[in-house]
Design a protein around this ligand. Structure first.
Ligand SMILES: Cc1cc2nc3c(=O)[nH]c(=O)nc-3n(C[C@H](O)[C@H](O)[C@H](O)COP(=O)(O)OP(=O)(O)OC[C@H]3O[C@@H](n4cnc5c(N)ncnc54)[C@H](O)[C@@H]3O)c2cc1C
Length: 463
């Protein structure tokens, strides 16, 4: 079919107003939040109904057009960089919260609902949706499920997969497949909803999500501990976990990040501290008091020179604003920000921190490190300028080495940012060739023409 005829076909499905083809528009959808080369699609379509979404998938399959579904495009692994000349399908108009069920504690949503808007709606009913990626003000729930997004509360509450009860999705033929259920328990058939989690748009296109909700904690306490030594802060993390306390949040910032955050907003952080731990415990008020006291004791035993407990909501907000500022503050330092999320078993955080220091020194790079220390999920952030080709070569070597170290320590390539195009070439190192081949066989059966987000996660399917 000619380009004109194809456009007419898509226009019949989504309406002419929801089709983009101009050069500037294609440029706008040629990249996402990963630092990768841009690739322009041939067309961007924006369905405004579930039916239209299914028809877009079918049209792509029938005409062998590569399809990349896109929520907010905030993924950090190149998951929404289109195939050259392919179609980008935006889910942003499919943004209805269809049900919040207070009796059975679930919600049904369309995939384009913005995470923070959903969390606020849920909170207004006195309930909690815990997954809280740093991008939640703009990211979509469909994108969160497709990346299995984490966030600050993952240590105690888990990640997105722990809240996915069901996914209705279009297969590559545009057939609607329903999976999961609205019940707490459901063991009928393969776990297709589970298969959709972290599938990065490669196996199906989500039409609706059934998400679990929980009651919010009755009490919360936020704290900040300052250390003169990064090793001591890492040991404190291990000691807190070993004491069988599960904070809702246990975050880390190194000295470079502390100074950069302080420059950014003047949050009153101690720029002399080698490391900060930002912590939150929640639950029953008596338990919270007990946990907070123990956390304080453990931090002091491990060399914390200052320990502050937020006394009110304003002080609590200040603690978490400082943490939320980490990435935007670091991103201002140099033109290119490479945010990694290789993750290690928690007990290996001290080794990982030492390795990062060595890698920064050896490759002469600026690396600020912050992140979810309680999950072993640090974010070493390389600040560079991609136009400096010599430095960029060193950056690429440093990234390879960060992955090698994480895997040697028994960790994983990604704790929450996904694989996309950025890390697909490393997958066999973590999972072995048999797992990659098994996944490829599954993908080739479910999507024989390799229509759905080709080149992501497993690399190119059809050579
Ligand atoms: C400042 C910043 C902070 C961040 N903080 C965190 C964090 O704390 N934790 C974390 O986990 N991530 C974080 N991220 C990464 C990112 O926000 C998450 O991966 C998020 O889940 C992506 O959502 P999105 O709507 O932007 O999805 P997109 O980037 O648009 O898409 C992500 C993937 O989902 C697929 N997809 C989207 N919609 C559908 C659908 N309907 N059906 C099938 N597949 C679909 C896409 O094809 C793509 O593969 C951060 C990113 C930024 C820029």
């Amino acid at each position: 079919m000619s380009n004109d005829s194809l456009q007419k076909e898509f226009a019949k499905v989504v309406g002419q107003d929801n089709i983009m083809t101009s050069e500037s528009e294609m440029h706008a959808y040629s990249y996402d939040s990963a630092v990768l080369d841009q690739v322009s699609p041939a067309m961007v379509v924006r369905p405004t109904s579930s039916e239209a979404l299914g028809q877009v998938v079918k049209l792509c399959n029938d005409n062998e057009l590569k399809l990349t579904v896109r929520g907010a495009g905030t993924n950090l692994s190149g998951g929404t960089i289109p195939h050259p000349g392919g179609i980008v399908c935006l889910t942003t108009a499919l943004n209805n919260i269809l049900e919040i069920n207070e009796e059975d504690l679930y919600a049904v949503v369309e995939p384009g609902v913005v995470t923070a808007k959903f969390a606020a709606q849920v909170a207004s009913k006195g309930l909690l949706y815990p997954p809280d990626p740093g991008s939640q003000a703009v990211s979509t729930l469909g994108g969160n499920v497709a990346e299995n997004a984490g966030g600050l509360r993952a240590l105690k509450y888990g990640v997105t997969k722990d809240y996915v009860m069901g996914v209705d999705f279009f297969d590559v033929n545009g057939e609607l497949v329903k999976s999961g259920s609205r019940t707490v328990k459901c063991v009928t058939g393969y776990n297709l909803a589970g298969l959709m989690v972290a599938s990065e748009g490669t196996l199906g296109v989500f039409e609706k999500l059934i998400l679990k909700l929980v009651p919010p904690p009755k009490a919360i306490k936020s704290m900040m501990a300052e250390f003169d030594d990064v090793g001591a802060a890492s040991q404190a993390v291990s000691a807190i976990i070993a004491a069988k306390i599960v904070p809702a949040t246990l975050e880390f910032m190194d000295n470079f990040t502390i100074k950069t955050v302080e420059n950014f907003r003047g949050a009153g952080l101690n720029t002399e501290a080698a490391a900060l731990l930002l912590l939150e415990v929640d639950g029953h008020p008596a338990q919270v008091e007990d946990d907070a006291a123990q956390v304080q004791e453990i931090c002091k035993q491990n060399g914390a020179r200052q320990f502050t407990v937020a006394q009110d909501a304003k002080q609590r907000d200040a603690v978490w604003q400082a943490r939320r500022d980490a990435l935007p503050a670091l991103a201002r330092v140099k033109p290119t920000t490479v945010l990694e999320d290789a993750t290690v078993p928690r007990s290996k955080i001290p080794d990982m921190m030492q390795a990062l220091k060595r890698i920064a020194r050896e490759y002469k790079l600026t690396i600020g490190t912050f992140g979810h220390a309680g999950d072993g999920n640090l974010h070493p952030t390389i600040l560079t300028d991609k136009r400096d080709t010599q430095e960029w070569e060193r950056v690429e070597k440093a990234i390879d080495e960060i992955f090698d170290v994480a895997l040697d320590l028994g960790g994983t390539l990604s704790g929450e940012h996904g694989i996309g195009m950025a890390k697909s070439k490393f997958m066999h190192q973590e999972h072995g060739l048999a797992a990659i081949e098994y996944s490829r066989r599954m993908k080739s059966v479910l999507d024989p023409k390799d229509i759905l987000n080709p080149g992501k996660m497993l690399g190119p399917l059809l050579a």
